[in-house]
Design a protein around this ligand. Sequence first.
Ligand code: TPP
Length: 622
Amino acid sequence: MNKLLDQINSPKDIKSLSISDLETLAKEIRELIIHTVSSNGGHLSSNLGVVELILSLHYIFNSPQDKIILDVGHQSYAHKILTGRKEKFGTLRKYEGISGFPRKEESIHDAFNTGHSSTSISVAIGMAAARDLNKEDYKIIALIGDGSIANGLAFEALNHGGHIKKDIIVVLNSNEMSISPSVGALSSYLNRLITAPIYNKLKNDLAELVSNIPIFGERITNIIKKVEEGAKNILIPGAFFEELGFRYFGPIAGHNLSELINTLYSISKLKGPLLLHVITKKGKGYLPAENNPSWFHGSSPFNITTGKPKDIDNSNTYSQIFGNCLIEEADKDDTIIAITAAMAEGTGLSNFQDKFPDRFFDVGIAEGHGVAFAAGLTVRGYKPIVAIYSTFLQRAYDQIIHDVCLPNLPVVFIIDRAGIVGEDGPTHHGLFDITYLSHIPNMTLMSPKDGLELKSMLKWALNFKGPVAIRFPKEKPPKFENKEPIEIHYGKAEILQEGKEAVIFAAGNMVYNSLQAANHLAKEGIELTVVNLRFIKPLDEELITSLVNKIKRIIIVENHVSNGGIKGLILNLLQEKNINKVRVESIGFPDKFIEHGDNQILYEKYGLSIQGIINKVKLLLK
Ligand SMILES: Cc1ncc(C[n+]2csc(CCOP(=O)(O)OP(=O)(O)O)c2C)c(N)n1
């Protein structure tokens, strides 16, 4: 059967559609999204929740002249489908396929690249300032969720935006969810706005608008009628935003296309900083996602009929091993506190949250605050564990230096998703944490080769009198033969096997690949020493220098950028110790942003697979 979607190749194609056609289109877009995410994985519930909103934005505004900036960008699928990427949508998140986030390299309709939250209002104001300096005329819209607007960056932008009064439209998408339910006073405030609307505001604004237009078109008269009819649902003063200098409209029903289109049309005629509050349902249109929006926030491939994941065994990830071990430790020590920045599920802390609700804090998408909050806890005798993905901890760089490392406070950082993260791509790869942590005085940085070592490291870190960070990747830990608990000694590495041809220094999940490579090469008579560094900072200087002095041929393997990673730390050590005439090869990620795609493909491409390490060893020994 022919679909309406078949005729849509650009936003222009939806401009003449009726509301009922748009409703059909929304249904077809949802089907395509569900079908694609069920096989490729991706951000399902956020995307299903905004289909009508995205359709309405493209109906009223004229992209690419008008700029639609999507906060986080995890809700960009309907936008991609409407802006010429429908045919390629099956390649979503695949290597060399289209990205799961807005990419200006992909389309002129992607006004700004996003991936991390809460940047859209700042960017919109920046674009507006540039537009005005250039004396240009177009609309700028920032679409932001109720989880993301609670971040400090978004607050700073609202504060500035209300002050400089540029023409921008913030569309606030309220679904009461971040990944888990949204937390915080702002979230409660938004919920109060939704549940207790007060009649008045939009009506006044519309009256003002209409009084400025000499002859009312029939359309405007109709809009006013509709507004008045639906007034109870539509109109409310959002004092908080008004006080910050934004004119507040809403809340309106985010799945009602005529309400959305009428309101956006009216607002598009107004000047100054405007904020439209829209209520949507996360996962809308697919029952399993409506019932479990958190799991479907960023889901792996699933069966559409049952809503169950296709990969049955997603247990025993590093995150889960960490979460379970922390519960065991917290049972014995009631000063242990767990902190997450809106990622309880992803960081393996959900069970901890259930078991110790008083000792669990979800600070919302507020990584910097989470770290400073942990610092505060330590000075009153608590042991906070801050679990944040490598890429998002970048937001807390100054708090790590100023509030934790400078006063040398015992905060334990669990740096999840360190290394490449596959399909989410460059905004989410955790490739910079060794760089941004290893140079900070007082910081100790470790990386476990497997789950057993992670447990030992965590226990050790909980008793250490200073800041410790433990980095591990998204993938499941490899299995080593050792089943005994591992003893951790400060700054001490582990020799896994000895051989005289060359030394491989590796950390984290790269230890396994290195050992496998060494086993293969042993069959060809090439005997290698393989060192699991365990401590990236401080390095085991004694062991490294004695091995290098003896063997003089080394390879450094890291799931991190080489420039600023373990390579630099080891070379620095050799220089300081005056060790020269050493042949060095290294494998890590190059000085560019790494694309999205399956981790194995990326490991192979960048030489971090077992075969890649074998090749490098052979090159070194040539
Ligand atoms: C700085 C940062 N921290 C954490 C995340 C992970 N993250 C992605 S989406 C999301 C929730 C966003 O919630 P909201 O803005 O309400 O959008 P919704 O998914 O509900 O549409 C989080 C925490 C991120 N992208 N950026």
